[in-house]
Design a protein around this ligand. Structure first.
Ligand code: IMP
Ligand code: MG
Length: 176
C-alpha cells in the first residue's frame, strides 16, 4: 500500500495569520538590522515568510543560514546531528534572531544557542514555527512560538519526511 498523504493540521491562512502576529511580537524586540539565522533545511520557508513580514514592519535583517540536519529517514530523533556551523555573517556583538521549524527534544536549539553564545552573539532571540512541548528532553523554550502541537510527525512548510513534502504550503500530519 502506498503511504497515506499528510492530513492538514494547519492551513495556509492560519500560517499566514500567525506569521503576521509573530512579526508584530518580535519587531519591537529587534534592532533595525538584526541577523536572522535560519536552520537548514527545515526552517527555509519559515525564514522566508518571517523576514518578509518583519520587513513590512521596518526591520531590515541580514539573513543567514546554518546547516543542522538530524533524523535521516526516521520519524523519531536518534539524537544524531550533522553539524555545519559556518554561516556568512559576522555574529560577534550582533543581535541574532535564530529560527527553526520545530522545537522537539530541544537538543538542536540548545546546541545551536550554546554555540552562538560562544561566538559572541550579544543578544539572542529564538523563534520556532512549531513546538511539541511533550517531547522535550532538554529544558529549553523558544522566545516566540507559532503553534504548540501534540506529539505527531508533521511535514510541509519546509519540513520533510525522508526529504519529501517540504514543498507543501500547509503543515500536515503523517499517519504513524
Ligand atoms: P530536536 O533537536 O529534537 O528539538 O529536533 C528539532 C529538529 O528535528 C527540527 O529542526 C526538525 O528538523 C526535526 N523535527 C522534529 N520533529 C519533526 C517533525 O514532526 N517533522 C519533521 N521534522 C521534525
Ligand atoms: Mg531542523
Amino acid at each position: 500500500m502506498p503511504p497515506s498523504p499528510p492530513t492538514v493540521l494547519l492551513n495556509q491562512r492560519q500560517i499566514a495569520q500567525r506569521i503576521e502576529e509573530m512579526a508584530q511580537e518580535l519587531a519591537p524586540q529587534l534592532t533595525e538590522e538584526p541577523v536572522v539565522v535560519g536552520l537548514l533545511k527545515g526552517a527555509f520557508v519559515f525564514t522566508a515568510d518571517l523576514v518578509r513580514a518583519l520587513s513590512a514592519l521596518g526591520v531590515k535583517p541580514l539573513v543567514d543560514f546554518l546547516w543542522v540536519a538530524s533524523y535521516g529517514q526516521a520519524t523519531t530523533s536518534p539524537g544524531v546531528l550533522q553539524w555545519h556551523m559556518e554561516g556568512h555573517q559576522p555574529l560577534q556583538g550582533r543581535q541574532v534572531l535564530l529560527l527553526d521549524d520545530i522545537l522537539d527534544s530541544g537538543n538542536t536549539l540548545k546546541r545551536v544557542t550554546d554555540s552562538l553564545k560562544e561566538k559572541g552573539v550579544s543578544h539572542l532571540l529564538t523563534a520556532v514555527m512549531l513546538d511539541k512541548p511533550s517531547r522535550r528532553s532538554v529544558p529549553i523554550q523558544a522566545d516566540c512560538v507559532g503553534f504548540c502541537i501534540p506529539d505527531g510527525f508533521v511535514v510541509g512548510y519546509g519540513m520533510d519526511h525522508g526529504e519529501r513534502h517540504r514543498q507543501l504550503p500547509f503543515i500536515g500530519l503523517l499517519e504513524p
